[in-house]
Design a protein around this ligand. Structure first.
Ligand code: G2H
Length: 251
């Protein structure tokens, strides 16, 4: 049995006050959801105070990115061990917005994933095709090279610290969700790929999340697919009520 994961990616939203207010509202709404790994990813500036607010709760803390070096002259970057130090258990790596706007590649994703795991974090590794790639029938080829490139060189035992998030770029923040069948098809492909690249046990244990305009009213159809183990939620994770509705559904 794979533990479902519902992760909220807050992107470039929320001051410290807004972030702590949100998690204080969220905690009682999801307190009974013991069978789901619930994660929130605030902006870096709010991590410390949100960590304090989450102490003793069943909600985990994630960052939205990290660097691959432990320390050094890398102005503006944040090391995985610093994220661990502030209270993070998870980090999102290779989100399509990082790939699109900040030059993230499969090679940088791979370095970040290795560094995050070495620091004791769980890496939520994002993959997904653009609309042009889907229309050119390149979805599986793109996903395969992103998964292989992002996870290259990892020993199978490290995979328990990896969660894959499939986020079709054309469904992100657009209100368009992949159909349940479209999402399931790619999730099954990824699980199969994991078995080919690593082993069947690792593939069977891997949590694969869907992301892209997930809302309380579409999470049910997605979550009932056999290879969809949860969701990476953007817009609908910004309000406690809608994020809690999604998290509680996964229970
Ligand atoms: C995809 C998702 C969260 P949204 O980026 O990672 O955002 O749910 O707003 O499409």
């Amino acid at each position: 049995m794979r533990t479902p994961v519902i992760a909220g990616n807050w992107k470039l939203f929320k001051t410290i006050g807004e972030a702590t207010g949100m998690v204080n509202d969220l905690k009682p709404l999801v307190a009974a959801a013991k069978g789901t790994e619930i994660v929130v990813a605030p902006p870096f500036t709010a991590l410390s105070r949100v960590a304090d607010a989450l102490a003793g709760s069943n909600v985990h803390l994630a960052a939205q990115d990290c660097y691959w070096e432990e320390e050094g002259a890398f102005t503006g970057e944040v090391a995985p061990k610093m994220l661990k130090d502030v209270g993070c258990s998870h980090v999102i790596i290779g989100h399509s917005e990082r790939r699109q706007y900040f030059g993230e590649t499969d090679a940088t994703v791979n370095k970040k994933v290795k560094a995050a795991i070495n620091a004791g974090l769980t890496a939520i590794v994002c993959v997904g095709e653009t609309l042009a790639e889907r229309e050119a029938n390149k979805t599986f080829a793109v996903i395969e090279s992103q998964v292989r490139g992002g996870l290259e060189g990892l020993p199978p035992e490290a995979l328990s610290k990896v969660i894959i998030a499939y986020e079709p770029v054309w469904a992100i923040g657009t209100g368009k969700t992949a159909s349940d069948a479209q999402a399931q098809e790619v999730h099954a492909f990824i699980r199969n790929l994991m078995a080919r690249c690593f082993d069947q046990g690792s593939a069977d244990g891997m949590r694969i999340l869907y992301g892209g305009s997930v809302k309380p009213d579409n999470v049910k159809g997605l979550m009932t697919q056999p290879d969809i183990d949860g969701a990476l939620v953007g817009g609908a994770s910004l309000k406690a009520e809608s994020f809690a509705a999604i998290a509680n559904f996964a229970e």
